[in-house]
Design a protein around this ligand. Structure first.
Ligand code: HSE
Length: 431
């Protein structure tokens, strides 16, 4: 069989990891595919000392790769939106299959890209876009294809998990840990994507569409990051038997689909609570199989490269074959996608942790509990901490309630003279 020829665009962390895995494991890979996979060309603004590409043709013009008649598969690893979209669409128009690790691109422009790929009869694969090296897309699209998916809850941003883990275990500062994550190559070029939850929301959007067969709707995902989590909240959560993790949650309800990314308190003994460092993990709850846990490295050069190479192999196996009914990009046939409502955050229901700064005077707790009682919010636990400040921290755990009701109650509590500043709210899930 003729070799399959690949063009890699972008030679940063993931590009070099992909190149190194493809070349180091070339023999093993060709035994699996039944033909050789050759890196025919690389498009990159600059060389990367972490990979030796002496025998490969390197161009500084990535668009040359998309039109190179020798190339079967274009691998987009440049990241970002506009140039990446132009590159991918050009590659598709030129009849190339595309592999991308770009979750922002798929979450925001995926519907357009898949339509173009269908028209030109090529495949767009993006396993590496979600949870680095964990084959979660393949698991949802193929391994769990017989199930109805109830919920997905995942730690899907390695940088955020690394930061929270270090803050928890070593009482380190947020900013200091972020610098280390950047140096290790985990963080996005713009670290606000990691710490404000945007990267996780991109990934959750993709997972939810594959789980529920709905078009990609990133704009409807509720997105909250970890930048406001304090060491005090981590400590209070710990005392109550919880860990704070940054979770992406997608859940099927009778009213629609919950799609939300936010810091979440989960009981210490749950599997997700014990996923630390840059590791990612996704718990899928499905009707036939029950719960499955998918765990592994969520970022890093070769871990992500592993998923990129798996996509290349998948496509290479089908090139020239008679695969007349390939797996659709979102796992459901394009014409079978549903317009199920994605719920607004106000409509979602969860339990809450509230951290209030209360004035030291009689009747404060009575005022607070009266507001919660009037809103129909059941209190699960209440703790008043000792303090050497001019306020007393009060911690409340509530039972499940709609976010809208909690918003109203928090606004009323913050309006009390005896409550100082803003109330910290962390959603609690028992998974
Ligand atoms: N910045 C991402 C993370 C890289 O930290 O998870 C992998 O998508």
């Amino acid at each position: 069989m003729k070799p399959v020829k690949v063009g890699i665009c972008g030679l940063g962390t993931v590009g070099s990891g992909t190149f190194n895995v493809l070349t180091r494991n070339a023999q093993e890979i060709s035994r699996r595919v039944g033909c050789e996979i050759i890196v025919e060309q690389i498009g990159a603004r600059r060389d990367n000392p972490n990979c030796i590409t002496t025998t490969t043709n390197i161009t500084r013009d990535i668009f040359e790769v998309a039109t190179n008649p020798e190339i079967d598969i274009v691998v987009e690893l440049i990241g970002g939106y506009d140039i990446a979209l132009k590159l991918v669409l050009l590659a598709i128009e030129n009849g190339k299959h595309v592999v991308t690790a770009n979750k922002a691109l798929i979450a925001v422009h995926g519907n357009q890209i898949f339509a173009a790929a269908k028209k030109h009869n090529v495949t767009v694969a993006f396993e590496s876009a979600v949870a680095g090296g964990i084959p979660i897309i393949k698991a949802l699209r193929e391994g769990l294809a017989g199930n109805k998916i109830n919920s997905i809850a995942g730690i899907i941003n390695g940088t955020g998990n690394f930061i929270l883990s270090e803050m928890q275990e070593k009482s380190r500062d947020f900013a200091d840990v972020l610098i280390e994550a950047q140096a290790l190559g985990y963080a996005e070029a713009d670290p606000t994507f990691d710490v404000e939850g945007i990267d996780a929301a991109h990934k959750l959007t993709i997972l939810a569409s594959i789980a529920y067969g709905v078009p990609l709707q990133f704009e409807k995902a509720y997105t909250e990051g970890i930048s406001k989590i304090t060491a005090a909240d981590i400590k209070f959560a710990d005392e109550l038997g919880y860990r704070i993790k940054h979770l992406g949650i997608a859940r099927r309800t009778a009213q629609g689909i919950e799609l939300r990314v936010h810091p979440t308190m989960i009981p210490k003994q749950t599997l997700l609570a014990n996923v630390n460092g840059v590791m990612n993990a996704v718990v899928v709850d499905a009707d036939a199989v029950g719960q499955t846990l998918h765990y592994g490295a969520g970022a890093g050069a070769e871990a992500t490269g592993s998923a990129v190479v798996a996509d290349i192999i998948d496509i290479a196996r089908n090139i020239g074959g008679a695969n007349t009914n390939p797996v659709a990009p979102l796992g459901f046939q394009a014409e079978a996608l549903l317009d199920t409502t994605i719920l607004a955050m106000e409509q979602t229901e969860t339990c809450y942790y509230l951290h209030l700064k209360a004035a030291e005077k009689p009747g404060v707790l009575a005022d607070v509990t009266k507001i919660l009682g009037q809103s129909g919010i059941n209190i699960e636990a209440i703790v008043q901490k000792e303090s050497d400040q001019d306020y007393v921290p009060v911690i409340l755990l509530t039972q499940q309630v709609a976010e809208q009701k909690m918003n109203e109650a928090i606004a009323a509590i913050e309006a009390l003279d005896c409550i100082l500043g803003e109330v910290t709210r962390i959603r609690v899930e028992h998974l």
